[in-house]
Design a protein around this ligand. Structure first.
Ligand code: YSA
Length: 347
């Protein structure tokens, strides 16, 4: 190979190195010139055939050529690696301004929302919020509430009986008894929870539903206190325009007893009286039964002579009206098309 050819080879090689678009192409250039059968390697292999003087000169020349190509390869490799890294960083860059992926959010069940609203209203009025057992005995569910076994009122609340003689509570009124046995007057409490009735279901009746029970006992508590309290509750639930109506009714554990209904300006134009529940002045027999239970438990008799009011209501009926749910059976059928409408609304 002549000096001119060597210069040509150098120009070609350096041009190929500079033009290699990526690392695999650069590797191919390296193989073409410096690989085992590369053009420069072949020339080096031929040195042995040259006379000694010529071999030295030619060897030095080829070494300079090889070093120049190696230097160019190293430099180009660094450039290509940096370019590849920049491209990768650009393609993997996080755009923190992009909108996030929507996550399916849960929501509060309509019954839970109404119960939350109700307990909030009573907490603001200074009531203690308590919960109690759903598996109950006859004593607390019926007898202490002035409903002896022969009393026809037991027919009003058909009962799921357990094999051991206990039952699934038919109302939250059991908590009146439990609370008074363990707490001295004066007291103000509300109790929320599930109740069970062995009855046919329809659009307004379920076999499992919820109740909120309220109880106030002290000195000189009157029917006026009861009416004022339920009116305050109605305004808290439905706004300042809500009104409460009382109609005489019978419950063995109150005297006098009443049913109460609420009127409110329904935004869907469905305003009507909504029967919410029962209420009344705590029956003296109930206070006496509580004192008996307290005495049996080694506690002081403190309820005779006191007065109080109580009420119990069904939150599902409120939720039906408030959210326009036409059938109570939708509440616990767990149909996502119904409950999904409350998704994301946590208020
Ligand atoms: C009455 C007087 C008091 O001093 C205290 C509480 C009570 C309420 C009483 N313990 C009671 O359970 N009455 S009730 O049988 O009429 O039920 C009260 C409310 O629960 C009803 O007004 C209704 O809103 C709801 N309810 C009753 N049965 C239901 C039901 N909700 C859905 N499905 C059912 N099967």
């Amino acid at each position: 190979m002549s000096e001119v050819l060597s210069e040509t080879l150098r120009e070609e090689a350096l041009h190929a190195v500079g033009a290699a678009p990526d690392l695999p192409a650069l590797q191919a250039v390296k193989t073409r010139y410096l690989g085992k059968s590369g053009l420069v390697t072949k020339e080096l292999g031929r040195l042995g055939q040259l006379p000694p003087e010529e071999r030295r000169r030619r060897g030095a020349e080829l070494n300079v050529l090889r070093q120049a190509i190696e230097a160019a390869l190293t430099e180009r490799e660094a450039v290509l690696k940096r370019e590849a890294l920049d491209a990768r960083l650009a393609s993997e860059a996080l755009d923190v301004t992009l909108p996030g992926l929507p996550l399916p959010a849960g929501g509060l069940h309509p019954t839970g929302r109404v119960l939350g609203d109700l307990t909030g209203i009573f907490e603001r009025m200074g009531y203690e919020v308590v919960e109690g057992p759903e598996v109950e005995d006859e004593q607390h569910n019926f007898e202490a509430l002035n409903i002896p076994w022969y009393h026809p009122a037991r027919d009003l609340q058909d009962t799921f009986w357990l094999e051991d003689g206990r039952l699934l509570r038919t109302h939250t009124s059991n908590m009146q008894i439990r609370y008074m046995v363990t707490h001295d007057p004066p007291l103000k409490m509300v109790s929320r929870g599930k109740v069970y009735r062995y009855e046919a279901t329809d659009a307004t009746h379920e076999a499992m539903f919820h109740q909120l029970e309220g109880l106030v006992v002290g000195d000189g508590i009157s029917m006026a206190d009861l009416k004022g309290t339920l009116a305050e509750m109605a305004r808290g639930l439905f706004g300042p325009g809500a009104r409460v109506r009382f109609q005489p009714s019978y419950y063995p554990f109150v005297e006098p007893g009443a049913d109460f209904a609420v009127w409110w300006d329904n935004p869907r134009g469905e305003s009507k009286w909504l029967e919410l529940g029962g209420c009344g002045m705590v029956h003296p027999s109930v206070l006496r039964a509580v004192d008996d239970l307290r005495e049996a438990a080694g506690r002081e008799r403190v309820y005779e002579g006191k007065t109080g009011f109580a009420f119990g209501l069904g939150p599902e009926r409120i939720a039906m009206l408030k959210y326009g749910i036409p059938d109570i059976r939708y509440f616990y059928a767990n149909d996502p098309r119904v409950l999904g409408q409350f998704r994301g609304e946590l208020g």
